[in-house]
Design a protein around this ligand. Structure first.
Ligand code: PMP
Length: 396
């Protein structure tokens, strides 16, 4: 007899429940801001990727509303089939100018961007070498290709070199890394990785989901931070769903990249374009980050302050250097318990355990934003101090 749907659902869900991996998202009762209401409780929000406070920013909302009113609710169809709205083209021109790249294409999300671009670019006979901690969307994107896949040790140029040396090919070689790693908050050593890649004739592909709007001058990204934004052998992808406040993904780089993706990237070819209101919000985000330099300043001041104070309290933040600030608790249960206790103190920060992060390094991931006030951060730090003492976390 074949498996019934309810049999399958039941078996899967009980498995997840038994292993403690069943996810139940908390419900936000207000916009995703630095202070919000979660499950009915007022909290300081350290869980969002809203780095610049753009998710609920008045200027973005104004432009989103104007685009909604002028261009409608939906894009109507796939861009290659029904014709592309001018506003999508304008956003792409603006993005390429902002990032100083030859071209840029916008897709539906960071996730589909990795699937679309990796799927479009890589062919049988090619070699792709990927950092072991790369994001799930890169892993899934690579599953769509027939290229030979190899892994190098996290952020390790010497190991990347070993893999490139051992795997010669006449095809395209692609080195793939996150710009900023989403769980550890460290930055890929792009200068060294690109240097190694070039020695072996490889192109470097940087997923800058957490670096875009965060790293580099005016948030131009990690590639810009390292000075490679004009390089034709570097492809930048990223998300428009985190710092930029909306939803979407982008690929930017070589002048011909956009045209190839229009013809080959399957999400572009087969999925309806982003709604006009989102495009309006994103256009305003790019304008706003260049108009108001205090956004980046506040993001980084807050980041430095929060990390320094956590260190003073004796917490291990894994040497993170970006607004992503992990606090290590070791075992998953301790991290989940700490997250519950923080919530009781009015602080929303998510605990992460295996398999999201390696065993023994369960943590709470805090994300500092430009929108947090000193009071918000001080409230969070006081809660951490209390929780650290109660759980007897080393050094506190
Ligand atoms: N790449 C990385 C490195 C990410 O952290 C994320 C977001 N979790 C994505 C891609 C996916 O981006 P989006 O949420 O826009 O689909």
């Amino acid at each position: 007899m074949s498996t019934s749907l309810s049999g399958r659902l039941n078996a899967e869900l009980s498995g997840l429940r038994r292993s403690g991996l069943l996810i139940k998202p908390r419900v936000l009762d207000a916009a995703n801001r630095a202070r919000t209401r979660v499950d009915g409780r007022e909290v300081v929000n350290l869980a969002s990727n809203n780095y610049l406070g753009f998710a609920d920013h008045p200027r973005l909302k104004e432009k989103a509303a104007a685009y909604l009113s002028e261009w409608g609710v939906g894009a109507g169809a796939v861009r290659t089939i029904a014709g592309t709205l001018r506003i999508h083209e304008e956003l792409e021109t603006q993005l390429a100018e902002f990032k100083h790249t030859g071209s840029a294409l916008v897709l539906h999300s960071g996730f589909t961007t990795n699937q679309g671009v990796l799927g479009a670019l890589l062919q049988e006979g090619d070699l792709v070498v990927s950092d072991e901690l790369n994001h799930a969307s890169i892993i899934d994107g690579l599953r769509l290709t027939k290229a030979t896949k190899k892994i190098y040790k996290h952020a390790d140029p010497a190991d990347l070199e070993r893999v490139l040396r051992e795997n010669e090919t006449d095809g395209l070689k692609l080195v793939v890394t996150d710009g900023v790693f989403s769980m550890d908050g460290d930055v890929a050593p792009l200068d060294k990785l690109i240097e190694v890649a070039r020695r072996y004739g490889a192109v470097t592909y940087v997923d800058d989901a957490h670096g875009s709007g965060v790293m580099g001058e005016a948030g131009r990204g990690t590639v810009h931070h390292f000075g490679f934004e004009h390089a034709d052998d570097v492809i930048q992808v990223g998300t428009l769903s985190k710092a930029w406040g909306g939803v979407g993904g982008y690929a930017a780089g070589h002048a011909d990249l956009k045209e190839l993706l229009i013809n080959r990237a399957r999400p572009y070819l087969f999925s309806t374009a982003q709604p006009p209101a989102v495009v309006g919000g994103l256009v305003a985000a790019l304008e706003e980050v260049q108009r108001d330099p205090s956004l980046m300043r506040r993001l980084w001041d807050n980041t430095h302050y929060f990390k320094a104070e956590l260190a003073r309290l004796g917490f291990d933040t894994m040497g993170s250097v970006t607004p992503i600030t992990p606090v290590v608790f070791g075992e998953a249960e301790a991290a989940f318990e700490a997250s519950r206790m923080l919530f009781e103190e009015g602080v929303f920060a998510v605990g992460l355990g295996f398999p999201t992060v390696p065993r023994g390094s369960a943590r709470i991931r805090n994300i500092v934003t430009a929108e947090h006030t000193r009071d918000d951060l001080d409230q969070a730090l006081a809660a951490y101090e209390k929780v650290g003492k109660r759980l007897k976390v080393a050094g506190v």
